[in-house]
Design a protein around this ligand. Structure first.
Ligand SMILES: Cc1ncc(COP(=O)(O)O)c(C=O)c1O
Length: 389
């Protein structure tokens, strides 16, 4: 019998309840799931055709470690045009989803004991990734009273002078749906320059912005070229999460370090997937607009319905595809409330605490689910929660 087979590193990682709840939701056909963090749409047909063509053309070989040159050139063009981020193809690395881009970036800059500021509530991979690298995650609280905009006070509260090496920001945000204003980004930029720290800007939901909101890449702000690694994904924008393509773009030193690490981790992103991603950038953008329009329709409905149901309070999200209502008046912990909804309303949601301790008192509801299903879920929740009040 081999003793202590599993590493302490692995044992220390948190267990997420999201898996358990979503498993129950998947097994019981009566349950409507507002759990998923991925588009309910299939990838647009031109992207599927490109993938098929890649297979027909026997594109079954490795690509360069940094990613295909044609794709990196297209990304460089896109970043300049859409984001105002000026990088050459040598300052870009294509990865297996932006998850890998995030990990490679952290691996490139975090030594054991270094601290990384992470948004809390925030995407659930941030804290474990820092911990895997024996770094110290510092939670930057995002508060409902500020409509979840990050403030200088939030930054100062989390910052530890000698240790902090980096900060992760995510706009539009999972799970909050907040889109950072230019003023917020300028404050973060100023803070990063003053303290000489690197910003990891996770922009996976960049195209999902609503009303008059605009997505701004912090890497486009004056003088930020040396401070920002921009992380992007094809998963949400083009509804292609299963293809697993994302990328990091930023200072050459950091991207070169990632290329070196890529050789020892996953080597490259899949060639067929990269060719599908190339088509996504070069092909028509109408399908993206259509999907965003539909998310917007659902967003308006879900937020209105939630705020009409006694007990919920929902800040209107301006981005991504999540609502993050406050459920404190129900006097249940987030996890217990999500479990209660699953049993009593047959609706699956994700407890806010999955996204960090500041998520207590909230639940996440994804509207990457068909409109009529969301409507039905709201009816059920309205009926069920009457019993709780
Ligand atoms: C904020 C955020 N960043 C990154 C990712 C990872 O996406 P992918 O690895 O598919 O690019 C997700 C996925 O849910 C996310 O919500």
């Amino acid at each position: 019998m081999i003793r202590n087979i599993i590493s302490e590193r692995e044992k220390d990682l948190p267990f997420f309840t999201i898996g358990k709840l979503l498993k129950i939701a998947a097994e019981d056909k009566k349950i409507i799931s507002l759990g998923p963090g991925e588009p309910d749409f299939t990838s647009p047909p031109n992207i599927l055709r490109a993938a098929k063509k890649a297979l027909t053309n026997k594109e079954t070989h490795y690509s360069p470690i940094a990613g295909r040159t044609d794709l990196r050139k297209a990304i460089s063009k896109k970043l300049k045009k859409d984001n105002g981020v000026d990088v050459t193809e040598d300052e870009i690395i294509v990865t297996n989803g932006s998850t890998e881009a995030l990990l490679l970036t952290l691996m490139s800059i975090v030594d054991p004991g270094d601290a990384v500021m992470v948004p809390n509530p925030g995407f659930l991979a941030y804290i474990p990734m820092v911990e895997i690298l024996s770094g110290v995650p510092l939670s930057v609280g995002l508060e409902e009273k500020n409509n979840f905009q990050l403030t200088t006070e939030n930054l100062k509260d989390a910052y530890i002078q000698k240790k902090t090496k980096s900060i992760i920001i995510n706009t539009p945000s999972n799970p909050l749906g907040v889109v950072f204003k230019k003023k917020t980004l300028e404050e973060i930029a100023e803070f990063a320059v003053e303290n000489k720290i690197t910003i990891l800007s996770d922009e996976a939901y960049e195209k999902m912005v609503y009303d008059d909101e605009k997505h701004i890449s912090i890497g486009s702000l004056n003088g930020m070229e040396d401070y920002v690694v921009t992380l992007q994904s094809f998963s949400k924008t083009y509804a292609m999460p299963g293809f697993r393509v994302g990328y990091a773009a930023g200072p050459k030193k950091i991207i070169d370090a990632q290329k070196k690490l890529h050789l020892f981790t996953s080597l490259t992103a899949g060639t067929v997937s990269q060719l599908a991603a190339l088509e996504a950038l070069n092909g028509p953008q109408k399908p993206v607009e259509k999907m965003v329009k539909e998310y917007d329709r659902r967003r308006k409905m879900i937020v209105q319905r939630l705020n009409e149901i006694n007990g919920f309070e929902c800040v209107k999200p301006n981005g991504a595809f999540y609502a993050f209502p406050n459920i404190r008046t129900f006097k249940k912990k987030s996890y217990n409330f999500a479990e209660w909804l699953l049993e009593n309303a047959k609706v699956a949601c994700v407890p806010g605490t999955e996204f960090g301790k500041y998520g207590e008192g909230f639940i996440r509801m994804s509207y990457a689910t068909a409109y009529d299903k969301i409507e039905k879920a709201m009816d059920r929740i309205e009926k069920a929660t009457k019993k709780l009040k």
